[in-house]
Structure formats: C-alpha cells, structure tokens
Design a protein around this ligand. Structure first.
Ligand code: GRF
Length: 272
C-alpha cells in the first residue's frame, strides 16, 4: 500500500487548484494530505480556504520585504548561507542583456524572502511542494534547499499553457491572443528556468471561434483541477522517474534534457 504523502502548497491568489488538490486528498483520489499553505500575499483567498479546513497557513510578504530594502538599502542582509556566484551560475530566467547589478539586487531580495519562506515551512515536514498559482519565480537558493536529492525533484507547478509554448505569467491570455486553435495546461517539476522543468502531464482543449479570453480561462482551469491531482497521485505512487535524455544536434554536439517517465502501476510484490 502507498504511504500518504505530505503536501505543502504555495499560492498567491484564489486557490481553486489548491481546493481541487485538497478535495482529491479527501476523496482518496490523491494519496496525500495538505500540511501547510503559504502565500506571498496576506489577502490571497486560498489562505482562507485552507484556514477554514484547519490547515496551517502563513504569509511571507514579498512586496513589503522589497519595499523595506528599497527604502533602506544599507540594511540589506542576505541570509548567512547565501552565495551569489552559485545562484548566478544556475538561474536562467534573465534575458542576456539584463543589467547584472540589477539581477544581483533581485537575487538578494528574493533570497531574503525565500529564507523566510523556508523558516515558515520548517515546522511542517513535507514530501512534495506544490505551487498552485504561486506567482513568484523561485531562485536556486530555495530550490536547492527543497530538492536535496538531485534525482528526486519535489517541487511541482501548474502552468496555464501547453509548455514549452507561452511560458510566463499569463499563458491563457498569450495562447488566446496568438490565435491558437488549442490551448492547454501543463504540470511540471520546477528547475532553474522559467516554466522550463521536466513535464509531468498536460491537457488540451479546443479554442472555438466564439471563445473569449474568459471562456478560454474557464476551459483551462477546469482541466487544471483534473490534471494537478492526477500528477500528485503519480508522485504519491512513486511512478515519476526523471531521466536525462541526450539528443544529437546538427553541429555534432549533444543536447541533454531531463524528462519525466511515467512508470507503470505497481503490482503486488513488485519492487522499485
Ligand atoms: C492558474 O491558472 C494556474 O495555472 C496559474 O495561476 C492560476 C491560479 O489559479 N499558475 P488558482 O489560484 O488556483 O485559482
């Protein structure tokens, strides 16, 4: 029998995905239990959903941390274990022409906020961290402290587009504006890039002539509520294996990419 996994969740908004995950855990569809819900915004409605159910909640107010540092930059104090060079060599979300000094300030501010997040999460051990509409990119500072086993990533995200198309903050809007005939959503593990981690599951919907941005969002969200709990179930069943595939390029070099293999359902007596 599978062990019930402990799920931590980070949100920024309404938390309809969080609700779908909680419901799936309650119905037994996902073999898990949500053990905390954190947010970067105190007014995120998802926090109320969780509190009503007795799930511990906390907020780390990213905006006020950044504002405090802007007002008194002399007080900026990165966490003790912060290593700028390590972070800069790993994080790949910035355009090539970005000002390095600005990136450095961004990294320090984020690491300060992320150290607080980690501190808040400490009392609640977890197996899987789900980002359910958490609108802040995570830096390697945070990711490495959660993904302590490089072969077993444990931070999942849901993204409102068929990745790798339309990474960024508003996938449904970008899909709709582009004139796509299908849209979709993607669940993936987090890596150091923007919505670039190994894909676990995707769902597709048709975009009809009479669809609006609003109806596209509704179609997408409905599928999100199905696919996220399904991917969590696969994680709980230990059926997600991240493997590194290598593909030859035209110039003779090779490109490596991590992908998720979904292992078959385990039968009684199987070992993995
Ligand atoms: C979802 O569309 C999700 O894909 C995106 O943000 C939205 C969050 O919605 N990352 P909710 O807070 O779960 O209702």
């Amino acid at each position: 029998m599978n062990r019930k996994i402990r799920i931590g969740a980070l949100i920024s908004g309404g938390g309809s995905n969080l609700q779908a995950i909680i419901d799936a855990c309650e119905s037994g569809e996902s073999d898990g239990e949500v053990v905390f819900v954190g947010s970067d915004k105190a007014n995120a409605y998802g926090l109320q959903r969780a509190a009503k159910l007795g799930i511990p909640t906390f907020t780390v107010d990213y905006a006020s941390i950044a504002q405090g540092i802007r007002e008194s930059p002399e007080n900026i104090a990165p966490p003790d274990d912060f290593n700028m060079n390590d972070l800069l060599s790993k994080q790949s979300i910035f355009p090539m022409d970005c000002d390095v000094e600005k990136i450095k300030i961004f990294m320090v501010i984020r690491a300060i906020a992320e150290a607080k997040l980690l501190e808040e999460m400490k009392p609640y051990p977890f197996d899987l961290l789900v980002l359910a509409g958490f609108m802040k990119t995570l830096t390697p500072y945070f990711i490495d402290r959660v993904n302590t086993d490089p072969h077993k990533p444990r931070i999942m995200n849901i993204h409102p587009s068929l990745l790798p198309a339309f990474a960024g903050t508003d996938g449904y809007r970008d899909t709709f504006r582009y004139g796509c005939k299908v849209g979709g959503c993607t669940v993936h593990f987090i890596d150091y890039g923007e919505d670039s981690g190994p894909i676990i599951g995707q769902r597709v919907f048709q975009i009809e002539e009479n669809d609006t941005l609003d109806t596209v969002r509704k179609k997408g969200l409905k599928l999100e509520w199905e696919i996220y709990p399904e991917c969590i179930r696969l994680f709980a069943e230990d059926r997600l294996k991240v493997v590194s595939l290598s593909h030859p390029l035209k110039n003779g070099r090779k490109k490596k990419r991590k992908v998720v293999k979904i292992l078959p359902e385990r039968r009684e007596g199987d070992f993995r």
